[in-house]
Design a protein around this ligand. Structure first.
Ligand code: ADP
Length: 240
């Protein structure tokens, strides 16, 4: 296969993926909106009942469980809305170094408490992007949390995040020492609702959200399986 053939196959694949995401997004947003209102009622009333001292303790405990599960369902509907790109990015010029600093504050404790050894390499000042801080932060958090989950049973738990300038692009990479992603799954993992996590643990929306956010920023996200093992995510963005 020539380089041109493989380039046009890759383009075709990305196009199909975008189409698939768009139709899944419309469906997801519809469901999320419909489900949100009844869910707000379930959550509000179950919390009220859980605090009602006239009820026996075991009934109040059940209400607490209802509330906790309604909250979890609420998180899922919020992910659906994120995935459906309900919020457009509010872009501004952003130093990747500042983005990393913010993410380290948010996730450092979580990683440490799961015994993950993490390194945020300080990017050079030419790593500047035009991005929505919240959305790009969400992408990096998703990738770091996935790395942490993937390394649960790994003897070595390391994650490294770095960035470099390459011409008019900025490349952010996140590498972990988990089991990596089998070659036949690489095409699947950005698809909405694809998850290998048990029911109740994963929604399969995290990477689809990353994909749509990066695309909204004019960039691309891809995965490599490095020879030394683990997973390597690469985000390529236009430099500002
Ligand atoms: P979820 O985390 O809810 O499963 P995602 O879309 O974030 O949804 O991820 C989809 C799947 O991709 C995960 O269930 C997992 O199988 C795989 N995956 C994601 N990140 C990694 C990683 N760093 N290493 C290995 N597998 C991963």
């Amino acid at each position: 296969m020539t380089e041109k053939d493989s380039d046009s196959r890759e383009l075709q694949r990305r196009f199909e993926m975008t189409e698939k995401m768009a139709s899944a997004g419309i469906l997801a947003a519809g469901i999320a909106h419909e489900v949100n209102n009844p869910l707000t009622v379930v959550l509000g009333l179950s919390k009220l009942l859980a605090d009602d001292k006239r009820l026996p303790a075991d009934a109040r405990e059940m209400c607490e469980r209802i509330a906790a599960n309604a909250e979890r369902a609420g998180k899922i509907t919020r992910s659906l809305l994120d995935f459906a790109r309900e919020s457009k990015p509010m872009k501004r010029t952003l130093l990747v170094a500042d983005l990393f600093e913010r993410i380290e504050v948010l996730i450092g404790y979580e990683l440490k408490s799961h015994l993950v050894n993490y390194t945020f390499e300080k990017p050079n000042d030419d790593c500047v992007i035009n991005a929505d801080l919240e959305q790009m932060g969400q992408v990096l958090l998703n990738l770091l949390i996935n790395a942490e989950h993937a390394m649960t049973d790994s003897p070595e738990k390391k994650v490294r995040i770095g960035a470099e300038r390459s011409g008019n692009r900025v490349i952010i990479s996140i590498a972990d020492t988990g089991p990596g992603i089998p070659a036949d799954k690489i095409e699947k993992i950005f698809e909405p609702f694809y998850t290998t996590k048990p029911v109740g643990k994963g929604t399969g929306l995290g990477l689809s959200i990353c994909y749509t956010i990066v695309e909204d920023h004019g960039g691309m996200i891809s995965i490599k399986s490095p020879v030394e093992g683990g997973a390597l995510f690469r985000i390529e963005l236009p430099a500002a």
